[in-house]
Design a protein around this ligand. Structure first.
Ligand SMILES: [Ca+2]
Ligand SMILES: [Ca+2]
Length: 191
């Protein structure tokens, strides 16, 4: 009975039906392939975005961790800009008070475990690369690449104790459209 029905429906294809099927099928296949392709593009895009966001967050955290133990006044405890008696805690005859915020840079002294301040540490954006300069000892400057593909780096100080760090990167979407992603973090400084 079933076989008879199948035979009947097979035999029922007209030339017109075959022509329609022949022209519709490629369209359906193309549509299906396009759907798969756009799904894959979206997946690649989402994964790429996640990697960039992760990088922005990690880099922001790294800068934040160091800024948390930084100081705006450093050794200059009476804030007069001059090295006074008892202020030179690390005994180098230099006043460690290098706090300075630029358009895309920040310089500071970090508090070390022995209570003294380090020589200046600088984070700065060089093109699209975030660099860190650190003078380990007088005249011995070490420069390291912290992150690449950064389009903006900003440090702002809404209050005397808080610092906001923001890092931005550009993401190109599957359609070629560019979009910015930013990670920011607010930290409380020692002083
Ligand atoms: Ca002073
Ligand atoms: Ca000093």
């Amino acid at each position: 009975m079933i076989d008879e029905t199948r035979q009947a429906s097979s035999a029922g294809f007209t030339l017109l039906e075959l022509v329609i099927t022949g022209s519709v099928l490629p369209i359906l296949v193309f549509a299906a392939l396009s759907l798969v392709q756009s799904g894959q593009n979206l997946e690649t895009e989402v994964r790429g975005q996640a990697v960039i966001m992760e990088k922005l967050r990690n880099t922001t955290r790294r800068v934040a961790d160091e800024l948390r133990v930084s100081s705006r006044t450093g050794e200059d405890s009476n804030s007069n800009g001059v090295l006074d008696d008892g202020e030179d805690r690390n005994g180098n005859s230099r006043l460690e008070s290098d706090w300075s915020v630029g358009a895309s840079s920040v310089q500071f002294n970090r508090m070390q475990s022995d209570g003294t301040y380090s020589l200046p540490v600088t984070y700065r954006l060089d093109g699209t690369t975030l660099m860190r300069d650190f003078e380990v000892t007088a005249g011995d400057m070490r420069t390291a690449t912290i992150a690449t593909g950064i389009s903006a780096f900003s440090v702002t100080t809404p209050t005397d104790e808080t610092v906001v760090i923001a890092l931005t990167a550009e993401i190109t979407r599957a359609g070629g459209e560019a979009r910015s992603e930013t990670a920011s973090m607010t930290i409380h400084q020692r002083n």
